[in-house]
Structures are given as C-alpha cells and as structure tokens.
Design a protein. Structure first.
Length: 353
C-alpha cells in the first residue's frame, strides 16, 4: 500500500477538481500544430518546455526552471523529504498552471533518478497528481539517455564521426557514444553504447561537501567518478579520431558562462559554444579559486547551485580524462527537447532525422 504523504503542516493535499480533466486533455488525440509540453522532474531541477511545431522544428512559447533539490538527503534516508515535497509541489503547481494557460494538448511528464531511488516515490507521485494534476512517469535510465541523445544530437559537428555525449544530473550521470553510420558523413548520429553512473552533483556534494572544496576533495570526487566510468571507457573509449565531447547540464553551461565572463547568463551565447581543453581548465580553475560566497554571488551560478558546481566539475574532469578529446560543445538543451521531438515525430508534425 502506498504511504500516505502529507504536507509539512500535517494536512493532506486537497483534490484538485480540474486536475483530472487537465490530465485527460493531455492524452487526447493530437491536432495538427497543437501545443506540446515536456516536463522533467530531476534530482535537482524541475524544468518545463511548452512548444508548437514549426517549419524547422519547434518554437518554444513558454518555459520554466526551478531548483528544488528533490534528492536532498535521499542517499542517507532513501526517502524524499517533506521539505523537498513542498518545493516540488510549488514548482509543479506553476508548471500545471502554465500548461493549462498555454492550452497544451500533448504532454510528456517524467521523473528521473530521485524518484527511481526513493522508497516513497509511489506515494509522492500520488500526492503530486492530487495536488497539481500532473501525472509523472518514472522513466528508466536507458530512456533518459535516449532523450538526451535526441535533444542534443543536432549540435554534433557536421564533419565529426561522432561524439561522447554526457548529461551530468543531480543523482546520476549518463554517458553515451553516438556515431554516424559508416560511409554517411552527414547522416544523423545513432545512439551506441551507454552507461548511467549512480553519481550526480547532489550525491557527490552531499558525500564530500560542496562549500569549501579543497584540491584533495576535488580529486577524491573525480577519482570516484573515474572508478565507475573506467570499465565503460576501457570498452568504448577507443578510436576517438574525428570525435568530440558533447555535454548537457548545469555544470557545462556554468563552465561556459564563466569562460565567457557573463555578467548575466545568456543561453544564446552558451548553447552550441565550442570550448577547448585550455579554456575548460581555466574556467574550472577560476571556479576552484572562488569562495562559496563568490560562487553564490556569481550570476551564472547563484546560491542554489554554489555548493554543487564543483562536484559537477569533478564529474566533467573524470569524463575528460576517460575520453581525452580536445573539444567540447556545450548544450543548453536535453531531455525536454528530446521529449518534444519524440512526440512531434510520433504525431507526424516533424520529420524523423
């Protein structure tokens, strides 16, 4: 029997009379050029994209992103905490309002590592549906990596044979080798071998600390990731000629923002940015030299991620060591874009790559 979850004040959430109707509306047969919504509830972030198909893909008409730390303390307790539940309800209520206001008729609403790992995830999902009208689907790691590939593969260099794509999350990190079919230099890449590491920025920061990170602590984090990644890299890290790294996560976009010296984060300058080894090293060194307060005050990081960013950098460095490629392309896109593309292709309003 599912656990009876309550909000912090001890009350049970009221059933939302319009929630069921809104959810059912999201599963009716789609109409041409309908409005689509993709929601990703991760271990650290809650993200929403609402879009409509266009002649060259899709056009985003609304979005939402909020750090909620759903997986805070999860490694120790195996439960999503009351505080995290409150934050999730607040963020998902905003998402539900946006979905309704924009008239989204096609939905994909997913949850990832925190809900995969939590013993009270079933009760949590029931509470979320009662309170917000959003029915979340816990996807497996392979599906998560597939969405990342779909969402990010348009950024593969047209002249590259392939890429090592990675998505550094809050509770897990997905690494995928993607390659173009042999003899087809400009063909869309195909998903190859992949691995999901049970380590993310939240799990590493909670284990090693994220406020005052010494060089020794940083190396310990990177070494732990390397140990998990080593068997995959040994088997699939060969023949990297004409390949590059392709990274999606708050970590790589932060490193890009630091490299660019942005006073305010600008997705237009970050998404698709190329960085070489030296540029990445200098940006990480700059982050390492900052105090916690300096990281918190930086517009590309903020208070909510100041204790997580160096754990993310350690994961990034472990991936760079395992796959010594000289170029990284930064993606400010990922699962949500992959979900939108998948739905639109299935509905015949977007051509398959």
């Amino acid at each position: 029997m599912a656990e009876d979850l309550r909000l912090r004040d001890g009350t049970r959430p009221r059933a939302n009379p319009s929630a069921t109707a809104r959810h059912e509306a999201g599963h009716r047969a789609p109409e041409p050029f309908a409005t689509y919504a993709a929601l990703d509830l991760g271990t650290n972030n809650c993200r929403l994209l609402i879009a409509r198909p266009s002649h060259d893909g899709f056009r985003v008409i609304d979005s939402f992103s909020r750090i909620i730390r759903l997986g805070e303390g999860l490694a120790a307790t195996r439960h999503i905490s009351e505080a995290a539940i409150e934050r999730a309800v607040g963020a998902l209520s905003v998402c539900g309002d946006k979905i309704r206001m924009k008239g989204a008729r096609r939905l994909r609403t997913i949850a990832t590592e925190a809900c995969r790992a939590a013993d009270n995830s079933d009760a949590f999902l029931e509470l979320i549906e009662r309170e917000t009208g959003i029915k979340l689907e816990i996807i497996d790691r392979e599906t998560e990596s597939t969405f990342a590939v779909i969402g990010c593969s348009p950024l593969l260099d047209h002249d590259a044979k392939g890429a090592i794509l990675f998505d550094i999350g809050g509770g897990s990190t997905e690494v995928v080798r993607i390659e173009r079919p042999a003899g087809e230099p400009h063909a869309p890449p195909v998903k190859g071998p992949w691995i999901s590491l049970p380590l993310g920025v939240v799990t590493l920061a909670e284990r090693f600390g994220g406020h005052d990170v010494t060089r020794e602590t940083y190396e310990a984090m990177a070494n732990e990731v390397s140990e998990h990644l080593k068997p995959f890299a040994t088997q699939h890290g060969h023949d990297l000629t004409h390949m590059h790294l392709l990274g999606t996560s708050g970590t790589v976009t932060t490193v890009a923002g630091i490299h660019l010296g942005l006073l305010r984060y600008d997705r237009r300058r970050v998404d698709g940015l190329w960085m070489n080894d030296g540029e990445i090293d200098r940006a990480i060194a700059q982050l390492m030299a900052m105090s916690y307060r300096q990281r918190a005050d930086n517009a590309c990081i903020g208070t909510e991620r100041a204790d997580l960013v160096l754990a993310g950098c350690a994961i990034l460095d472990a991936i760079r060591r395992a796959f010594p490629l000289s170029r990284l392309r930064v993606a400010d896109r990922g699962l949500r874009e992959g979900m939108l593309v998948e739905m639109m292709r299935a509905d015949g309003v977007m051509q398959s790559a």
